[in-house]
Each structure stands twice: as C-alpha cells, then as structure tokens.
Design a protein around this ligand. Structure first.
Ligand code: ATP
Length: 506
C-alpha cells in the first residue's frame, strides 16, 4: 500500500472531479457528496455490474425500487425507531459530540469492535479520556438515533411525520408478498434493490466511506425455514481461499486462518449453508471486479455487535489505510423482519408451500453492500504510482469493465488533417464504447491524464494513419503499443475489454 494512500486517492478524486463535497460554492455539509462526469460513470459501472451479477444473471432473484420517504410505522415495526442508534458522548465544556467507539479507537489506538456501550464507557473512565478538542470532561454516553426525519403534506393538522429510509431492506420486506406474487416466484428466491439510504452519522469520516447519504445494494434471499442448508456452491466458489476471523477467534485474540468456503461449511463455522453460499457469491464478485484477495477478509460479528435483527453476521472487510473495516455484510435475519411487519401491519406475509400445504414465514439471508464504499475501495485497490526522473506517475489499474472511460482517442497534432481524422475515429467508436477525444497538450501528458483515471486503452492518430488507415493502440498497464488497422479496431478493442484476448497476444 503506497504511503498516504487515503490522502492520495481522495486528492485524485477531488482534483479530477470524480467525487467532491457537495455545494462547494456555498458551505458544504459534512457527509454529502457530488459525483462529476468520471465519477458518475464509475458508479454506474459498479451498479450495473452488481445488478447483472446478483439479479439479471440469476433466475431466482428479481428487482424492485422502493420509495425513499416512508411512514414512521414501517420503522417502528423494523425496530429502527427504537434500536438504530450509535453511542454518542458529548464534552461537558465545549459541547462537541463524538461517536463513542470512534473516540476510543482514536485515543487508545485499538479496535473496540464488539464491545457494548457500557464496556466502552468504562474504558473512557479507566483511561481518563477527556475531550480531544478542549480537554474538557466527557459526559455519560447516550444512544443517538441515526434516522433523518422530514414532514410530508401542507395541512397543519395532517399526520405528516415521515422518515428518510436508513436502509433499503425494509422496503423489500414490506413489499415481499406483492413482489413474490407479481414475479410468481417460489422459495427460495430473492428480491434486490439499489437505492439511496440516509443516516445522520455522528461523525461522517474517511470521505465517502462513511457518508450521511449513500446508496445501498441489498438482496434479501427468502428461504423455507427447514431448507436453510439445501443448496450447492458452484465448483469455482467452493475452493476460493479466504482469510477467516471467526467470533471465537476474536474472543481469544487469535489470528485469522486461510480456509476455503467448502471448509467454512464442513467445519460448521457458519450456521446455515445458504449463508456460506451468499458469502461466497459476494467474495467471487469482488474477485471479478479485480480486487486483490490479500486485502480482504471475512470477519464474524461477535455477539455484542450483532444488529437487533441478526442471529449471525459476517462482514467482508477491506484493509483500508485506517484499518480493517466493513466493506459489506452478509446477515442471517431469520424471520425477524417479516414477522415484525406481519404483526404491525396485520397483513399476512406468510408463504404457502404447495407440497406440504403449509404456510411458512421464510427466513432471510441478506448480502448488504454500500455502493460508495465499494467505489472508494475499488479506487484504493487500483491505485499505483511510479516515480521516474523525479516525476510521479499515477495509474488506476481498474478492471476495464469498471473504467469510466474505456478508450481515449488522441490525434498526434491538431494540424494537417489529423484532428479531423481523429474526430472520425472517435465518432466511430462512440456508439459502442465509452470513449473520449483529447487533443490538449503533448501525447505523453494525454497518456498520463488517461492513466490517472484508469482508461485501459488509448488510440493515437498519426501521419501514417492518413495514408494506411492504421493507428497506435496503447495498453495502460504494460504501456505496450501495437499498430492496428482502423477496420479491425472495434473488434480488437471489444475482445480486449471482454478479456477474451491479452494485449500481448493481440
Ligand atoms: P458500519 O459498521 O461501517 O457503520 P453498518 O454495519 O452500519 O456499517 P449496514 O447497516 O450493515 O452497515 O449497511 C450495509 C452496508 O452499507 C455497509 O456494509 C456499507 O457498505 C454501507 N454503509 C453503511 N453505512 C454507510 C455510510 N454511513 N456511508 C457509506 N456506506 C455505508
């Protein structure tokens, strides 16, 4: 990991306007961001890769898109009104407010993952921790609810309180029956959703890693309660090697061990096989996106950190510059949510099983992802730099399927008809590829600009192009160049982008 990786990636994001704090011309509000032209392309590529993998390429998962503003009754039923809290500790002198676990981690330089708020409060006392800003005394910890509230309607006496959803999952549970009937699905099947979630985080930090407005990509997979182990892992997932940190190991302060998903199941380290299945699916997807598995691990939640709805949760963690932290989580939500909504809404949310003529409340395994967290992780994992002759060159080694721009087109010069020829090549590629045309500065500068945002291929138009209709095709990662005829260019680019041919074999 290069020194100062976080600062470097954030600075690149802001400088090239991939993503930057919102409302810059006024004063930004912490935890909210805008995405510029390249950022929005990367974000959409991630989103569509996820949707293709988890929804389109499966016949047992369908999608939906729920509303952002929801009645509080939904969140009473889900438990969020009462339990979706973070521990907040305030300074008695300067009144600054801190998230208790973050404050402890910062002051003691250790992970407090899994400790209860009471235990953390004890640590504050034992270590005589004071306000890091003014050294004032800290008050008792209080739970702080993370949900944003808003008002709906124009009439004064209208019952108009509403909530901005803090997760997408509840919309899926509330619509479970409607979607199941519309899609005519039998158990087991899943419903997926990508969309905004809002959390009034006490301390938004680490750029888009912890924001107050972000997108979640969630899949609720509904299973017959007696068939939680009825599945097979595809052969190529079974043997994937993962670093595993089980709850038991954490209690005994042990190290993670390298296991396959098959071993994870054979050793009964996870309660249900469908849970192993979805963890393997998530892991495999990360590998397909090109993430380095050495930077990833699976960590089980210890009982004190389990959410109110979960009987077992495993996070896929990434080794960020600020430590191992959750990239995504896979939870066993059991029948908690459907039962709660059934009880509160008084609507039957059970599923009728034809073979046994029984009604059951399905159990749920939930892979839950944050789109922006994945965005930042992918950038950090792809960041490379090389210093030559006192000049540092940055390359984002992004998978071609994610790169915001797939191919740049550069005329060597603007004169002698090269610009016109270049424009022609660009317009030809544009309908099939995400392409840009760049004629500013030296070709070297243009390569550097393209490398820095991860553009995998560049096409240069030179004087030979005018006579023989060939161009130079340059590969970002090897910086190798090859002469390619214009007639073959789209097909060759396509094969390179799909990964069906290597540049060296072109
Ligand atoms: P954390 O422990 O980091 O606060 P969480 O356990 O509250 O996360 P979940 O409720 O499991 O997170 O949400 C699912 C996913 O949504 C997370 O794995 C993460 O990728 C993303 N996510 C959660 N909170 C945020 C946030 N404030 N900003 C960006 N992404 C988030």
């Amino acid at each position: 990991m290069p020194d100062g990786l976080a600062e470097k990636v954030i600075s690149l994001c802001v400088r090239r306007r991939l993503v930057y704090p919102t409302s810059e011309i006024y004063e930004s509000v912490a935890g909210f961001f805008d995405y510029g032209p390249l950022g929005v392309e990367l974000k959409r590529n991630l989103e569509s890769s996820w949707w293709n993998y988890f929804v389109r390429q499966r016949d047992d998962v369908v999608g939906m898109d729920g509303a952002l503003i929801t009645p509080p009754s939904m969140w009473k039923a889900s438990g969020h009104l009462d339990a979706f809290n973070d521990p907040l500790i305030a300074c008695g002198k300067c009144k600054r407010r801190f998230r208790l676990d973050h404050l402890l981690e910062q002051e003691l330089q250790l992970s407090v993952e899994g400790l209860t708020p009471d235990k953390m409060q004890e640590l504050i006392k034992e270590n005589k921790i004071r306000c890091p800003q003014c050294k004032g005394g800290l008050k008792e910890t209080q739970p702080f609810n993370l949900m944003f509230r808003t008002q709906v309607g124009v009439l004064k006496d209208e019952p108009n309180e509403a909530v901005l959803r803090p997760e997408t999952a509840q919309l899926i549970f509330a619509d479970f029956k409607l979607v199941q009937q519309a899609a005519r699905k039998r158990l087991p099947f899943g419903i997926a959703q990508i969309g905004k979630a809002f959390r009034n985080e006490i301390a938004p930090r680490n750029f888009v890693f912890r924001a107050r407005e972000f997108n979640q990509m969630e899949l609720e997979f509904f299973i017959h309660p007696e068939r939680m182990d009825d599945c097979e892992l595809p052969a190529n997932w079974k043997s994937l090697a993962v670093t595993v940190l089980a709850a038991e190991t954490q209690i005994h302060k042990g190290e993670g061990s390298l296991l396959s998903f098959n071993e994870l199941w054979d050793r009964k380290m996870v309660k249900t096989k469908w849970h192993v299945y979805w963890m393997a699916a998530c892991w495999n997807f990360l590998l397909e996106l090109g993430l380095d598995p050495a930077h990833l691990r699976l960590r089980q939640h210890v009982s004190a950190e389990l959410s109110h709805y979960s009987s077992e949760t495993w996070d896929v963690e990434y080794r960020y510059p600020w430590g191992w932290k959750e990239l995504l989580g896979v939870a066993n939500r059991g029948d908690f949510d459907l039962k709660q909504h059934q009880e509160h809404s008084k609507k039957d949310l059970s599923f009728f099983v034809d073979e046994t003529k029984q009604k059951v409340i399905p159990h749920v395994i939930e892979p839950s992802w944050g789109l922006e967290r994945l965005f930042l992780t992918v950038l950090m994992d792809a960041y490379r730099e090389k210093t030559e002759n006192n000049e540092t060159k940055v390359t984002l080694a992004l998978s071609p399927r994610l790169a915001p721009v797939q191919v740049s087109v550069f005329p060597l010069m603007k004169k002698d008809g090269l610009a016109e020829k270049g424009q022609g090549v660009f317009r030809n590629l544009m309908p099939c590829f995400s392409a840009v045309y760049d004629d500013g500065g030296s070709v070297g500068r243009r390569y550097a600009r393209a490398d820095e945002v991860g553009t995998p291929y560049a096409v240069t138009i030179d004087y030979d192009t005018l006579t023989d209709d060939t161009v130079t095709l340059r590969d970002r990662d090897s910086t190798q160049q090859k002469r390619v005829s214009l007639a073959e260019l789209p097909e060759k680019l396509n094969r390179l982008l799909l990964g069906s041919v290597r540049f060296s074999d072109l």
